[in-house]
Design a protein around this ligand. Structure first.
Ligand code: C2E
Ligand code: CA
Ligand code: CA
Ligand code: CA
Length: 274
């Protein structure tokens, strides 16, 4: 069931006394999940704010725990990062998302979250190229979501890899934009295509003129820099109406759709065009 399982791991773990023990338990369970491939990917529509038409989907991983049910990534991504398990998990999600997208009607893109650790691992760009070639998905239909954290360090290899991916045709988005406290100056040089406005800004856009000014500022900034913008976490019609007024081009959120199970995506796209 959708949304079920949120917090289950935490409640279950509350029975364990020490935080260290909890981490060890989680690590062992995650290792097993990687071995058994006990994950699934949900796909949330990304739509044009003006017309509501779907242009792409964000791939969001879920852990299919044998007894706890679906576990949200918010509960395990940190441990996956620390242990390095994010690499096999993330690579599997990438592979799944690329394969799934080839079966969708039309040409929506698929947007995949890539952790800094996964991105920095050897051969990441080669893996992307190979996965696209094997599935015969045009690179233009893949977007990768990175965080400002990846750009904080002045890392030449990251720079080269981002450039290489874009030369292939893959688009790069900065996720959770506005939450990273990093200097904005990197935006004029960094090889990226899209800013995703964090949901903490979107959630209050209709009720706070300050938040409105921030979102408006990000949209104008993006226009000037020739970047696309996606507002995340659109939950109400009031939020959407304000984003329309601001002329934010793209958005996603529960107002449009929850993340969909893999077998629901084709139906969603066909329904839209009937
Ligand atoms: P994110 O990348 O910022 O993804 C958006 C999150 O917001 C998703 O949570 C999505 O289900 C949720 N969301 C969508 N619409 C709304 C809305 O209208 N209101 C609210 N309040 N939330 C909404 P989810 O699926 O639990 O994922 C949480 C985070 O886990 C993601 O945040 C992302 O940082 C991470 N994550 C998910 N999948 C992957 C993955 O494959 N790899 C990596 N490295 N991280 C992932
Ligand atoms: Ca994301
Ligand atoms: Ca985000
Ligand atoms: Ca987030």
């Amino acid at each position: 069931a959708k949304g079920a399982g949120k917090g289950r791991w935490r409640r279950y773990q509350a029975a364990l006394h020490s935080a260290v023990l909890q981490r060890i338990e989680m690590r062992a369970a995650l290792e097993q999940a990687v071995a058994d491939l006990n994950f699934t990917v949900a796909y949330q529509p990304i739509v044009g704010v003006a017309d509501g038409e779907t242009v792409g989907f964000e791939a969001l991983v879920r852990w299919r725990h044998p007894t706890l049910g679906m576990v949200s990534p918010d509960e395990f991504i940190d441990v996956a990062e620390e242990t390095g398990l994010i690499e096999p998990i993330g690579d599997w999600v990438l592979q799944q998302a690329i394969t799934m997208a080839t079966a969708w009607p039309g040409t929506p893109y698929v947007s995949v979250n890539v952790s800094a650790r996964q991105f920095r691992a050897p051969y990441f760009v080669d893996k992307v190229r190979k996965a696209l070639a094997e599935a015969c998905l045009p690179a233009e239909r893949l977007m990768l979501e990175i965080t400002e954290r990846l750009l904080l360090r002045d890392d030449e290899q990251v720079w080269l890899d981002l450039t290489g991916l874009r030369e292939m045709g893959v688009r790069i988005a900065i996720d959770d934009f506005g939450t990273g406290f990093s200097s904005l100056s990197y935006l004029q040089q960094v090889p990226i295509d899209v800013l995703k406005i964090d949901k903490t800004f979107t959630a209050t856009v209709a009720s706070s003129t300050r938040q409105q000014a921030i979102v408006d500022g990000i949209v104008r900034l993006a226009q000037t820099l020739n970047l696309e913008v996606v507002a995340e976490g659109i939950e109400t019609e009031a939020d959407r109406d304000l984003l329309r007024l601001i002329q934010c081009p793209y958005g996603q959120g529960y107002l449009y759709s929850q993340p969909l199970a893999p077998d629901e995506v084709a139906g969603w796209l066909r329904f839209e065009h009937d």
